[in-house]
Structures are given as C-alpha cells and as structure tokens.
Design a protein around this ligand. Structure first.
Ligand SMILES: [Zn+2]
Length: 484
C-alpha cells in the first residue's frame, strides 16, 4: 500500500511539471556508459536484481558467488559428463496476469513455450545442428524436462495455468523522468523497481500468488514495462524476463525485501517474449528483440538463471567469469547478434582458445544462434536441483539403460491430445507395457509380442503419465507421456 502511494506521488510530480526528456537521456542518466541495447531495461533483469539485493544486503553477492563456487566444485568432482543416472522432471505452473486482451496470451502459446524449454534442455531442437564443431564436445542433453503441473497445491487436478485480470498496466512501475533527477532515478531503481515488478507474484498487489515454490516452478507472465511518461509511450523500458537465483541455501542471507515476502522464487516474463508462436511483437525501434523473443529462448535463458547459471560473459570484462570452466570468457555479451568471428578474451579450454560462444543460451545473442548448454552448465543446474531445489523434481531412472535402448521405445506425437503411438521396435519376445498416472496407479497393463507399435486413441484424460516397458533383458524403461 505504501508503494502504491509512492507511485501516485511520482505520477503527480510528472503531471505537474514535465519538460520533454528523451528516453535515451533517461537511460544515460541511469547508466552513462551503455548504449540502448545494453540498457538494464531492455534485457534480462536477473543479474540486476542480484546487484540491487547486494546493495540492500552488503555481502549478498559474495555469499552467492561462494555458494556457486562450492556447487561447481562439487559437480565437477562428482559428475561424469553426460553420464547422468536420472532425468529430472519439473512441474511448471504458468500464472498469466493480464490488464488487456493481448496480454492474456492463449494456452497454445504456453504449451509451445513448454515444448521449446524441453527441446532446448534436452538438446532436441533442430538448431543444435548449427553448433560450431569446436563446441560439440562441450555441449549436451541436460536430462531435465518440464511438464505442466497436473495437481495444484491442494491436490486438485489442474491444467497448470492460472489467469487473473489486473488493474495494473505496467508492473515495472513509473520511472522518474528528468535528467536533473539522476539521484532520484537511481534511488527509485534501488528502492522501487523490483518491489513494483514482484507485485506480479502477489494476489493482493494485483498479481497471482505463487504456488509452493519448493514444489513448483512458478512462471509469471505479465506486462513488465516500466512506465516512463512522455516519450514514445516508453514501451522500450522493459525486462524481457528475469529469474530468482536459488536462495534457500543457509549461507545466503535474506534481504529485507525477502523478509516481507516480496521476492518469490521463479521466473517472471514479459508477455511478448513468451513462446515461439506468439503473435505479438516489440514496437519500433526494438524489433531486434523479436528475433530472440520469437523463438521462446528468453525463457530458456531465465530458467537457466533459476537453476543457478550466470550470464556467460560473467557480467563483466575478461576478468569476470561465470564460474563455469568449459564456457569461454567474453569481454561483453553478444549484443543481440550472432557474430561467430568474435573472440574477445583469451582462454584455455582443453588446450583451446575458443571464440565467444554465441550458441549459448546464457548469452545475449539472438535466438537464431542459441542452441546449447555446456556440460559445465548442465552439471551446475543439476547440482542446484539436488542441493537447493530438492523437492522441485521427480526423476526417471536412466541407470543401466543403454542409449539405444532408451530410444527403442518411442511415443509420438508427445505431447499429444490423447491419440498416440508407442513404437516398440522389433520385439522378439513378449514385453510388458504399463501406463501409470502420477499417483502411481496402473491404468493400462498389457503384454505384447510380435508387435511393432501400439496405437492408443482417446483412452486417457489430459495429464502426465508414465510408460513403463519391461522385458527380460534389461531394467524397466520409463518414458513420459503428456496428454493435453
Ligand atoms: Zn540473464
């Protein structure tokens, strides 16, 4: 409530005076060294959030860095790259908060976004063919998947999507406008910006409350623009997305903001940046962001942050690292381009000085060229899930299954609308097929022999199921079936 009063006060000041000030000048007042595309307000807000928290709680960033280092050393000691024993499956809830019809993006966009997340984390998207050869030994399948939550926190069936209309037009709030108010602008950024934005995570503040963030990946979608009166409707001031880093580790201090419940664990997205089939676009002169946003890669980047990853350039020059040993350093981000000739820092990765890795989801490169997480990044994300987010996931055991066996049972299409085919391959003997729901109930139980494929049509309701295939040769094989 206090915050709302502040906004009204600022708005009144703006309405009373208000000489014309270009948005460029305002941005320069905030950060004189950077160009428009590097402005903290047309980008990902995750690192900026951490910086602001470090200001309110000195030592926060150091503690985070130390924790990250310890996780990295753990993961590099314990993991053999790509030889993972489990696939982690994370239930997702999308909270769509809309002020108008355009912002109320349809289910089809959310389903599409989930498909993009899965394809990118499993390295199954076609763009993976564009990874440069020097990076191929370093990148892989994270064995992390995302499913729509099928039960809500009370145990009721759900689609994994909540929606609410809000009276708030811009969750970023209202920026002071004049270059003569530099100190006030900076103060506003420090004090108000993220409080405003995180209203999205609170029903009483015009957003939608989180579902238990230890058990669900909460993804809020809304209008993250920062309203800056007078210039071009100020649609350019926006975070494409931001994410909270893992914060429940004992040596990570809580900030005062956390204490009052402002920050909720999860991912916040500007509604234009969601999904690869989203019909909405960024206005002039920011169409360059459409190329990234149109592919659903912004959310891949943000979920990377949510699982502990930093930006690949370390948010600094060549001396700043992302704590990951197999990502090349870079003097800066890719500036929304796909420049494959850039090699701005000298590094030594398996004896090679690799170029800037614009393929990496944690760069600010265009979605066109993003197609990979490195094993170092994957190890870190999996270690974060194990250490910091242990109740978030369920897992499918991969132990003892050869890669060719894993792929010998295929479900297609998957996800599907209730009609799908299970391809069994060349079955020489009787095999035992079961389909279970998430409560572990067996809904289909049958033995097949001399069968290449099983066709199933409209047998199950929408939800997530598990296919279990047993034969006498190897351990049971599990595959997930998603029915919408
Ligand atoms: Zn980021």
């Amino acid at each position: 409530m206090k915050n709302v009063k502040k906004i009204i006060l600022v708005l009144m000041i703006v309405m009373i005076s208000a000489p014309f000030v270009s948005s460029q000048l305002v941005k320069q007042a905030l950060n004189p060294e950077v160009s428009i595309s590097e402005s903290p307000f047309v980008s990902c807000g995750s690192h900026h959030l951490m910086e602001i928290k470090d200001q309110s709680t000195p030592g926060y960033m150091n503690a985070q860095n130390e924790h990250l280092e310890s996780i990295v050393s753990n993961s590099e000691l314990e993991k053999q790259q790509s030889n993972y024993s489990e696939r982690y499956i994370i239930p997702v809830v999308f909270h769509v908060v809309h002020n108008n019809t355009a912002e109320n993006i349809p289910d089809s966009v959310l389903f599409d976004q989930l498909d993009v997340l899965n394809a990118c984390f499993r390295r199954q998207n076609p763009e993976t063919a564009n990874t440069r050869p020097e990076f191929l030994p370093l990148v892989g399948d994270a064995q992390i998947e995302f499913v729509m939550a099928s039960t809500d926190p009370q145990g009721n069936p759900t689609t994994g999507i909540t929606r609410a209309q809000t009276s708030i037009e811009h969750f970023g709030g209202i920026l002071p406008y004049s270059t003569s108010q530099q100190a006030q602008i900076q103060q506003w950024v420090n004090d108000s910006l993220f409080i405003n934005i995180f209203r999205l995570t609170s029903t009483s503040d015009g957003g939608i409350n989180a579902w238990d963030s230890t058990r669900y990946l909460n993804i809020w979608i809304g209008d993250l623009r920062i309203f800056e009166p007078q210039v071009n409707n100020f649609e350019e001031l926006v975070y494409l997305g931001l994410a909270t880093p893992p914060e429940n580790h004992p040596n990570w201090p809580l900030t005062p903001l956390t204490d009052v419940g402002i920050y909720k664990q999860g991912v916040l997205m500007h509604y234009v940046a969601v999904g690869s089939n989203n019909s909405l676009s960024y206005p002039s002169p920011y169409q360059q962001f459409n190329r990234k946003a149109k592919q659903g890669k912004v959310m891949v980047h943000e979920v990377g942050h949510y699982l502990g990853l930093r930006h690949i350039w370390g948010d600094g020059n060549c001396t700043e690292d992302d704590f990951i040993s197999d990502t090349p350093n870079a003097a800066n981000h890719a500036n929304w381009a796909c420049n494959q000739s850039a090699n701005t820092c000298t590094d030594n990765i398996n004896g090679q000085d690799l170029p800037n890795m614009v393929e990496n989801y944690m760069d600010y490169s265009n979605g066109d060229c993003q197609n990979a997480f490195t094993f170092g990044q994957i190890d870190l994300m999996r270690e974060v899930l194990e250490q910091d987010r242990p109740d978030l996931w369920t897992s499918v055991l991969l132990v003892g299954i050869e890669e060719n066996q894993l792929h010998s049972y295929q479900i297609y299409p998957n996800p599907n609308n209730g009609a799908f085919t299970i391809r069994l391959g060349d079955v020489m003997e009787t095999i035992h097929v079961q389909i279970l729901n998430t409560a572990g109930q067996v809904l289909l139980d049958a033995h097949y022999s001399n069968t290449d494929s099983i066709h199933i049509r409209d047998y199950f309701d929408a939800g997530v199921y598990l296919l279990k295939v047993d034969n006498s040769i190897s351990s049971p094989v599990f595959e997930q079936i998603i029915i919408r």
